[in-house]
Design a protein around this ligand. Sequence first.
Ligand code: FAD
Length: 453
Amino acid sequence: MTKLRLAIIGAGPAGIYAADILLKAEREFDVSIDLFDQLPAPYGLVRYGVAPDHPRIKGIITALREVLDRGDIRIFGNVRYGTDITLDDLQKHYNAVIFATGAVHDAALGIPGIDLEGSYGAAEFVSWYDGHPDYPRTWPLDAEQVAVIGNGNVALDVARVLAKHADDLLPTEIPGNVYEGLKTSPVTDVHVFGRRGPTSVKFTPLELRELGELRDVDMILYDEDFDYDEHAREVIAGNKQVLVIDRVLQQWRQREVGQASRRLHLHFYAKPIGFVDDGEGRVGAIRYERTAPDGQGGVIGTGEIRELPVQAVYRAVGYFGSPLPGIPFDKRHGVIPNHEGQVLHTKDNTQFYGVYATGWIKRGPVGLIGHTKSDAMETVSHLINDLGNWWTPSDPSEAAIVELLRSRGVEYTNLDGWHNLDAHELALGEAEGRTRVKVVDRDEMVRVSNRPQ
Ligand SMILES: Cc1cc2nc3c(=O)[nH]c(=O)nc-3n(C[C@H](O)[C@H](O)[C@H](O)COP(=O)(O)OP(=O)(O)OC[C@H]3O[C@@H](n4cnc5c(N)ncnc54)[C@H](O)[C@@H]3O)c2cc1C
């Protein structure tokens, strides 16, 4: 029987779902899958993106873990494609590869002052508070007034973590250094800026509602943003999600405010156009233009420029994929060019045989974890049908890749290693009466994973 030796690069939800779907698919060949990730632990942004105070979503890890625990997928953690293994290696040892490398960096925002001290990307901050091993252990939380740019769920995550009292995050899995950092924050006001109106936000109702439940934080809304035009009223009447969002906002507008020590402001029709230097190279204020509805769901600038003093700005304007050595890349959209997951050469759009993409690196950084499942189905069905076009590796044995990594001195982790790390983190948590305490340092993650039991 033909055998497919498949490499999957990226052990986030997209990579794990792809492996699972392929193993369960009706097919006329055997399958052997090796799943690689640059991090010593699997689960991608579920572990390093989803906010720590969203335990229900973090719980998706349990379902992903069940897939891995079946034992029919080999995991190689702490192995980076492009450094530890290359396309040449993959072509020597596998019939095909699926890239599921996601998108981990902030999209650019080209406005004046973006490089000032105190201007941060949401992805960097998220990586810090979620304990990503490749980010600094400390975060400069010295601002009293903070701006967050963006009207999606990541902006809400960032605003919520900034506004929340550190003690209210303690029951979560935040690492010790993150708790200590947040505890020192002198923040009083977090301002979220969206250039459109309340009926055009990309928040989901559940995430929005959560803001209103924060202890000792007042929600501040501005009457000038709620003078709805005909188009906005039609959107509310015709879209259930917008209707719920509007209800939540209207309820907050009725609330008594003034007692809380922190405030979370939502500014709509406010388009950031620059950050003002405080004279010492730091952010001193955010400058924004007041916009107005154009009657068709968009906005136009009014020419009215405003400034608000802030000492830090976080831009949550989207994530962006990174290019991978030897693999085509669409620089404009930050994805691997593909047709339903079949990777295409950039120069002539023909199929790059043997190479596939799934998840955020396939279709861009939008959508929830569940969407990566349907993505994977599409990609895997093409992989199965392309049988005649797979690579013909010179050494497809399962031992070969292990020998290769060893010969290069790559200290990889495996499924047992993840079990060790998981148990260790849970034990650290138990000792402190918390669910889990994440290990942040990469070397320590590898050491704990690979220590003999
Ligand atoms: C801040 C934030 C909060 C979110 N909150 C939610 C939420 O509450 N609910 C929800 O449903 N969705 C949420 N999402 C979306 C969700 O995280 C994504 O839909 C999902 O993680 C995308 O899956 P993926 O596997 O494509 O990418 P990822 O999860 O990013 O996984 C990619 C994996 O590839 C690895 N990798 C990258 N490059 C290499 C390389 N060169 N070599 C080896 N490995 C590599 C990475 O280490 C990573 O493990 C959130 C996203 C963000 C950014």
